[in-house]
Unconditional design. Structure first.
Length: 475
């Protein structure tokens, strides 16, 4: 973030600094006083943008594939950049949003007792051979061989690794259970046809949690606890979701649910009962089953993007790796397991897919890379006198609303008109865009405020702005 701070020696016109030259350390970014002068300026954000659709397609090695809305918007405004098929550079705005999402996920997982770990991406072949998934996963598993000829895969999921880790702890007692271990790491899947940007890539971030319980009853309780945490997460993000019964696939186990965001571009078909709470991935239903198994109402079909998946595993993995604990009688027993995934980069792209308009990105308010964009007048314009006022407003907001420290970006490209910069700001989806236009020269000064999530445009004084922004929630 420091790279975006204005430097004392190369001050853009707007970021005047009245600090003492003696306190200036050459070559370092300057912090005059906490919360002051650290103005984040847009011209320094690394943001390759304005790619035309044909450039996007050629960068991705595609000729005619139409991309989906989130992929197109994310490429156009410089949130991601293609690296190779199914792999993207995540650029500064995206990383900020991703880090916020991870913070929300951490809060939810830790609220139910989750402990964060971080396992290697390289996963030894022996572990996968033990469960036979080395063969079952087929070509989706990205395999590598080291200089000694030893085989590994780049982990698409970590049931084997975590169960072997827990099995190595010979002193595990029932008193230490339930054990909920999770990580947020890069995962790899050699997709035959990667598409839709971050929605279906070959390298992506996933949150995967693995739970170990002393009995099937306790494991079921943990299962519903994690499902509740997922519901809480999607509520906080303001995303409509459905929890559907799902196929266990190559992970295995006896029960599974998917968390789906209903949207047309989704690749999963969901059957939903309009009369009761029944909903299922069509994969799990008999093709002739057109009526709800619970209440017999006709099922309606919709498409969804899978953003979360939960599995009740039982002892499928603990029996193979001998992951045991000692029970209250001192006897060794196999742990009852569950595993729980969230597609982290996919949630980000799916949220953009469902919330955005055709031309403008909309973020879940907690995840917006920056909450506020300040637009000062154009250099040389009639309103140019309000430029200094914008700088003061910047400092005032970050001081008066502490949670917005680091969340306010100043669009210092004052060679552009306010209109052009407003268009960019709306496209990028900052929840609040504040413009110092004509009315900023009135006494008291009024600023034009675009509240993008509600679509309102209001004129507020400095005090009114602070009152509005105090309500902004951040993570
Ligand atoms: Zn029903």
């Amino acid at each position: 973030m420091e790279g975006l701070l204005t430097r004392c020696r190369v001050l853009p016109t707007l970021a005047t600094c009245s600090c003492q030259p003696s306190r200036y350390v050459p070559g370092r970014f300057h912090h005059c006083a906490p919360g002051r002068r650290q103005r984040l300026v847009l011209s320094r954000v690394f943001q390759p943008q304005n790619l035309r659709e044909d450039q996007v397609l050629s960068l991705e090695g595609k000729v005619s594939d139409l991309t989906c809305k989130s992929q197109r918007l994310m490429l156009q405004v410089g949130l991601i950049y293609p690296a190779s098929p199914g792999c993207y550079h995540l650029l500064p705005y995206t990383v900020r949003a991703l880090e916020k999402l991870v913070r929300v996920i951490d809060q939810e997982m830790q609220a139910i007792g989750g402990q964060k770990v971080n396992m290697p991406s390289l996963s030894p072949a022996e572990l996968w051979q033990a469960t036979n998934r080395w063969n079952l996963m087929g070509k989706e598993l990205l395999r590598v061989r080291d200089r000694h000829g030893k085989e590994y895969c780049l982990g698409p999921t970590h049931e084997e690794a975590i169960t072997a880790l827990v099995a190595s702890q010979k002193q595990l007692s029932y008193k230490q259970l339930p054990l909920l271990l999770y990580q947020v790491t890069r995962k790899f899947r050699d997709e035959p046809r990667p598409r839709f940007g971050l929605l279906r890539g070959r390298e992506f971030y996933m949150k995967d949690m693995y739970t170990f319980d002393a009995s099937p009853e306790a494991a079921w309780q943990t299962y519903s606890l994690v499902c509740d945490a997922y519901c809480s997460l999607f509520h906080r993000l303001g995303l409509q979701f459905v929890k559907v019964q799902a196929d266990v696939g190559s992970i295995g186990g006896t029960m599974s649910h998917e968390f789906q965001l209903p949207v047309d571009v989704g690749e999963d078909r969901l059957a939903i009962c309009p009369s009761c709470s029944f909903s299922a991935n069509v994969e799990t239903l008999d093709l002739s089953q057109m009526n709800c198994p619970a209440c017999q109402s006709p099922l309606t079909e919709t498409k969804g993007i899978e953003v979360g998946h939960t599995f009740y595993l039982g002892t499928k993995y603990s029996s193979i790796f001998n992951a045991q604990f000692t029970n209250f009688q001192g006897k060794p027993c196999l742990a009852e397991m569950g595993c729980y995934g969230l597609g982290v980069t996919r949630i980000l792209a799916a949220a953009i897919e469902v919330l955005s308009t055709e031309d403008c990105i909309r973020w879940p308010h907690l995840l917006a890379p920056y909450q506020v964009c300040l637009v000062p007048p154009k250099k040389g314009s009639k309103e140019a006198a309000a430029a200094e006022l914008t700088g003061h407003l910047y400092d005032h907001i970050t001081e008066a609303v502490p949670q917005l420290c680091g969340e306010v970006l100043l669009d210092d490209r004052t060679h552009l008109t306010i209109g052009n910069r407003l268009k960019d700001a709306r496209k990028l989806g900052y929840p609040y865009v504040i413009i110092a236009g004509k009315r900023a020269l009135e006494d008291p000064a009024y600023f034009e405020v675009w509240c993008q999530n509600t679509g309102e445009v209001v004129f507020l004084t400095k005090e009114g702005l602070v009152e509005l922004l105090t309500q902004v929630q951040t993570v």
